[in-house]
Ligand binder design. Structure first.
Ligand SMILES: C[S@@+](CC[C@H](N)C(=O)[O-])C[C@H]1O[C@@H](n2cnc3c(N)ncnc32)[C@H](O)[C@@H]1O
Length: 245
């Protein structure tokens, strides 16, 4: 693995601080589930970069006939997810993968839905376009794509709004969960707010794209009903459908 990929120290920081750093996290997780039609029988959902399994847990509770295939690059994350999801037995199917590679992508339409939270931004624009093209044939006709992620604002004032909004969201969660600003201080210390601390593009592990570009790429890949459902502090949640015909 090269130095410009997500590292296990990032996994541990996210496991420790994700509940503070992700704006309206519980709302996002429930909304992703709300956007997936309940399947009529046994079905499969693919989660790209499942992390510690929080979204998979919501999906497994919500859809009792569904198997969630949780892929991630990090052994630490996969271990956490496996431990969390023991009660669901074989309905959680973990796998180690690299999102940027293509060996895990198949032409077989298998999935009722493909979901992802806070990971597509690890791909650059061209890689995102290829990902959307490759996910399309993996979904069954009528299947749903739901993505929650960071995006790049189109102008400096938008970036400032995202930076300030993200700090404020972390401050509120820090106060709400712990009654102090300690998690906000850690957010600042880690320079996690990429709108305030832009990464050097030559070594960046985060490569968010403009929202409108992403929606166009999704549509160009063949998806319809492309729609945005929520946005806050540079974070967005959107979905699309693989049409029936
Ligand atoms: C910010 S965390 C989000 C985790 C989880 N989806 C969530 O929302 O709680 C980013 C996740 O992407 C995974 N990841 C980072 N780069 C990856 C890559 N190139 N291939 C696969 N997974 C990757 C990390 O291991 C981590 O679980």
């Amino acid at each position: 693995m090269n130095d410009f990929l997500w590292q296990e120290r990032d996994s541990q920081d996210f496991i420790d601080y994700g509940r503070y750093f992700v704006p309206q996290r519980e709302y996002q997780l429930q909304t992703i589930a709300d956007l997936i039609p309940p399947p009529n029988g046994p079905a499969h959902i693919l989660e790209l970069s499942c992390g510690e399994g929080l979204l998979a847990e919501v999906l497994l509770h919500r859809f009792p006939l569904v198997t969630v295939h949780g892929y991630d690059m990090s052994p630490v994350m996969l271990q956490q997810a496996k431990a969390r999801l023991v009660p669901f037995g074989e309905r959680f199917a973990p796998r180690r993968f690299n999102l940027a590679e293509r060996e895990w992508r198949t032409a077989e339409p298998r999935f009722h839905a493909v979901v992802s939270s806070l990971t597509i931004h690890h791909l650059d624009g061209a890689e995102k376009q290829q990902l959307f093209r490759d996910l399309f044939p993996m979904l069954l006709a009528g299947g749903t794509l739901v993505i929650a992620d960071l995006v790049t604002p189109t102008r400096a004032l938008g970036t400032a709004v995202a930076a300030n909004g993200w700090d404020e969201a972390v401050r509120q969660r820090s106060q709400h969960l712990d009654g102090n600003d300690d998690a906000l201080a850690r957010f600042e210390q880690l320079k996690w707010n990429l709108y305030r601390y832009p990464e050097d593009p030559a070594v960046a592990i985060d490569k968010p794209s403009h929202l409108l570009d992403q929606l166009k790429w999704v549509e160009q890949a063949g998806f319809t009903a492309v729609d945005v459902h929520w946005a806050l502090a540079g974070h967005v949640l959107y979905s699309a459908i693989r049409p029936e015909t």
